[in-house]
Design a protein around this ligand. Structure first.
Ligand code: HEM
Length: 502
């Protein structure tokens, strides 16, 4: 018995020594590599809990609850510079808005960084493994599978979009009364996204069935909780929110039924097929596993249905507060030959319209922040040392976090008027590379970028062709952020349109 106990003690001691030797070896190797590469530590704000950084975790939760997540990160950047580090759940987190660092993480040193260890655990219950939460070959496979859905042909399919836009315009009061555009844009984005995914719109703007409404509720709740799980990954295990699990189940049942119907239709030779790209049909060619199909679809649906609605709301929020911008947009639209069909090319050629979209995405990016985790030891080119000129040594497991919101408001990159909404800054002018990233960048750049900009541009032009005037009806002029998975305008966009031309 005693011999047995001794053996256990020896085994534990042996394992601990191996761990210690490995730990020391790694620390020394990293120290040497860091010296050799002239790396230095970035500044770091004082933290009460230097070991786990739970004070910063708590602060982040408070910031989200008080709707000042973006503003709070920006304040830290103002105080500690474009790059600083903090402790967060025991990990070292590098917050950076240095274009050189963003280029490294998102492009030139792409393979050293990933998202899976950060996201998958939070995302899995609702959307499963797919493009949003995986790395490496799994991610490459999803990305390749989805690419055709975003081809020029699909993006240019404006007649399909017109159906949804017309339903939206029909919902705008003609008597000059106030309308909040946020719920309408959300529903339009849902309709467009569902059509692309399932080949059939949920018709949330038209006549949604109670089943579709219930599904939307479930999806919204699931998504909101997913945002919270992202903030508190370590505590997810203890989360016992029955409504979240019930929402996930409803979302899955709904999507599974759609997939089953599409699979049945595909096998039926009497069914007429339209020529549009339908994501569910394409995924069915790859696999007949309903679970795999559901995951791929939900992984696109999540970013697709929210971000465009948010972007459109923010654009109208800004334009309504700057009447001269609406007037300039109208002037540009009136220059289009009467009766001319609006095409992808027409929209691209409208310089001021494109500038308005870029400016709104700069000031109020739909996705305010994103992060990556180091999959191996590497370096960031700048941000170390008191002047921020030295590289930073990155250890496997370190977290990189970028606030697009703070990046886009840097006065040294965008000018002293960086806080102001000025579309004119985009006319014949481009920001430095990697300084403007509303769609992120590199191989993981938003796959829906062109589609989103085209949909937003088309919708704005149709508003301009339908109404003469736009008026802000929100007494609160400042943008009040609301954090879900994206950064929304808490008050939406409360406006009135007058001078209907239809
Ligand atoms: C204005 C609207 C949009 C904005 C501002 C936006 C922004 C972004 C950003 C910043 C990312 C990178 C997130 C990260 O790496 O952490 C992203 C990724 C993504 N977006 Fe968008 N997005 C928009 C619309 C769309 C649309 C319409 C779709 C699909 C129809 C879409 C599909 C995706 C997908 C699938 C990814 C993941 C790409 C990958 O990891 O490879 N997005 N988006």
């Amino acid at each position: 018995m005693c011999f047995h106990r001794n053996n256990v003690v020896y085994c534990i001691a042996f394992a601990l020594s191996i761990y210690l030797v490995r730990f020391l070896y790694k620390t020394i190797t990293r120290y040497r590599a860091s010296k050799r590469l002239n790396c230095k530590e970035p500044p770091s704000p004082p933290q009460k809990d230097r070991l786990l950084g739970l004070d910063f975790v708590y602060q982040q939760i408070v910031d989200i609850q008080k709707d000042r997540r973006n503003a709070s990160i920006r304040e830290l950047h103002e105080k500690y510079g474009p790059t600083f580090s903090s402790k967060f759940y025991g990990s070292r987190k590098i917050h950076t808005v240095e274009p050189q660092n963003l280029q490294a993480v998102m492009s030139t040193d792409f393979k050293s960084w990933g998202v899976e260890p950060l996201r998958l655990f939070s995302f899995d219950p609702l959307i499963g493994r797919g493009i949003m939460g995986t790395d490496g070959r799994r991610w490459e496979h999803s990305r390749a599978l989805l690419r055709p859905a975003f081809s020029r042909k699909e993006i240019s399919d404006l007649p399909s979009l017109e159906v949804h836009v017309q339903k939206l315009l029909d919902k705008i009061p003609r008597d000059g009364s106030t309308v909040n555009l946020r719920p309408l844009f959300t529903r339009m984005a849902l309709d467009a996204a569902s059509e692309m995914l399932f080949g059939e719109s949920l018709d949330m703007l038209g006549n949604p069935t109670p089943e579709n409404e219930a599904w939307l509720q479930a999806m919204n709740y699931g998504q909101m909780t997913l945002g919270k799980r992202m903030q508190l990954p370590q505590w997810n295990f203890f989360t016992r929110d029955a409504k979240f699990w019930a929402s996930c189940k409803s979302v899955h049942q709904f999507v599974d039924a759609k997939i089953e119907a599409i699979a049945r239709a595909e096998k039926d030779p009497t069914q007429q097929r339209d020529k549009h790209y339908v994501l569910a049909r394409e995924v069915l060619k790859e696999t007949s596993d309903p679970l795999a199909i559901r995951k791929e679809l939900l992984n696109v649906f999540l970013p697709a249905h929210e971000a465009t609605g948010v972007a459109l709301t923010n654009i109208f929020f800004n334009v309504a507060r700057h009447p001269h911008v609406w007037n300039k947009l109208r002037a540009e639209t009136l220059q289009l030959p009467p009766g001319q069909k609006i095409t992808y090319e027409t929209l691209k050629s409208m310089e001021y319209l494109q500038a308005v979209i870029s400016e709104s995405l700069r000031l109020n990016p739909s996705i305010g922040t994103t992060s990556r985790i180091a999959l191996s030891d590497t370096t960031l080119p700048v941000g170390g040392g008191s002047q921020g000129e030295a590289p930073i040594y990155i250890r496997k497991g370190d977290i990189f976090s970028v606030s697009f919101y703070s990046l886009h408001r840097r006065k040294d990159l965008f000018g002293e008027d960086a806080e102001q909404f000025k579309p004119e800054r985009w006319v014949n002018n481009h920001p430095p590379r990697w300084a403007y990233l509303p769609f992120s960048g590199g191989p993981r750049v938003c796959i829906g970028q062109q589609m989103a900009v085209t949909q937003a541009a088309y919708t704005i032009v149709r508003f301009l062709q339908t109404f003469k005037d736009l008026e802000n009806r929100d007494p609160v002029l400042e943008f009040q952020e609301q954090f879900t998975l994206s950064t929304q305008s808490r008050n939406g966009a409360k406006v009135a349109f007058t001078g209907a031309l239809d």
